[in-house]
Design a protein around this ligand. Sequence first.
Ligand code: NAD
Length: 503
Amino acid sequence: MSATDTASIDDQAAALTSVNPATGEAIASYKIDDEDSVRAAVATARTAAATWGALTYAERKKHLLRWGSKLVAKSDELCALIHAENGKPVDDAFLELMLALEHIKWAASNAEKVLKPKKITPGALMANFSAHLEQRPLGVIGIIGPWNYPVYTPNGSIAYALAAGNAVVFKPSEYSTGIGNFVARCFAEANPELPDGVFVTVNGFGATGAALVRAGVDKVAFTGSAATGKKIMASAAETLTPVLLECGGKDAVIVAADADIKAAADAVAWGATANSGQTCAGVERVYVDKSIADEFIAEVKRILTDVKPGSDDKAHYGPMTMPSQIDIVRRHIEDALKNGGKAVLGGPESIKGAFIEPVVIVDADESSAAVCEETFGPTVTIRTVDGVDEAVRLANDSTFGLGSAVYSRKQGLEIARRLRAGATSVNSVLAFAAISGLPFGGSGDSGIGRIHGAPGLLEFTRPHSIAVQKFTIPGMALLSYTRTDRTMKLLRKIVPLIHGRAK
Ligand code: NAD
């Protein structure tokens, strides 16, 4: 099913209508940006980038923090909109906003420290030079976002790109257009003295995103599925436009024999089903030591029996935001049950329209879709293993490599270091995503590059190396045709002294 199933195109008006996934009611309509209007937005951003990029880090920090304050002032309105357009509970919306604010503050406050010019030691042979490494903004960043964390996720690129001195053209997901525009409007309202175009949105479906990739931006930062990431990379390759790709995951949790069983079960239950399981680094697979498996599975089941989806104040999580995902979740459950899996909680009957109750499947075959592909629903597979070595081998046997977690009282860090993942939480799940200084991203089908932390700022700059000759050394003109035989004789003596003495 295409991405147009709830957000629909009105051909006459070329409009996108955003829809409440819990009720099917239309929320608002937005004009779809075509190739020309996307190029116009990039042109406006390019003009604004000259002003924004020329500000000091302290000035940009002031503007970014004002934006954060505006988001706080409007948090009730924003959280109500997130609840309506995305479906998640209002409290979860507030937590998402809180995390985004932490990142805005971190990026604004640390950009200077990370990106300021650094003096580099030139080395003995170039001792008459001073060397400088400076990070320049790239210019205009095209940011294409998903809908599952419609504020937090794109913000991982938006806040860091802005803090590094770039202008941003943001294409929110067609399922969170209202939210994306709200966030950008808050930036403009908080900073009326800035020129238009420092942070603007373009709206539409995949075609608008594709137009943004081709619009002459200096980098594309994409968050979404691996399939779309591959298309974007292929298109960006035509102009050698660099890409940052934050794609999906199939995150594993290892529960070792010495784990705190109750704590591990609590974290797995939440990590697998919060946000209806629509979390790129959510818990999808668990490998639990056979000595504690029965107790652990019983505890996960006990917790999730009382966890309910809905749209009211008491709901633990909301509906599936994107209707087409429901069929994927159903296929994964059915495939797992056909391939040796036993549902200890729920099953295909747990799918009730857009709302899916928690499903726990034990010992499905490792080749089944529920274990290999991203499910993105409130389901989890649990496999009993013969110790840590088997758990690590199975956890690493995935085309994805995004997040992961380990529960162990004594060997948590040791096991974490053996995992092929971009991030690991020990005795917790998803904690790395809330620590602003830690970079986040994956490898393989999970993508390329990092958001957050110092690497997340460096992603949006280009290094500029400058070598300044301070004085000439008589007889040592190496970079000149005036070089003499005496110079070469001297070098033949010096080079072995510097490089030839290792035993
Ligand atoms: P998606 O790939 O369907 O869409 C993402 C965005 O890409 C949307 O804005 C869409 O309009 C746009 N798009 C679609 N086709 C395009 C094209 N050809 N060119 C340019 N843009 C195009 O993904 P989604 O369903 O919105 O998001 C869910 C996926 O995102 C999951 O796989 C999830 O794991 C992943 N995700 C990853 C992270 C992370 O940080 N690694 C965070 C959140 C979500």
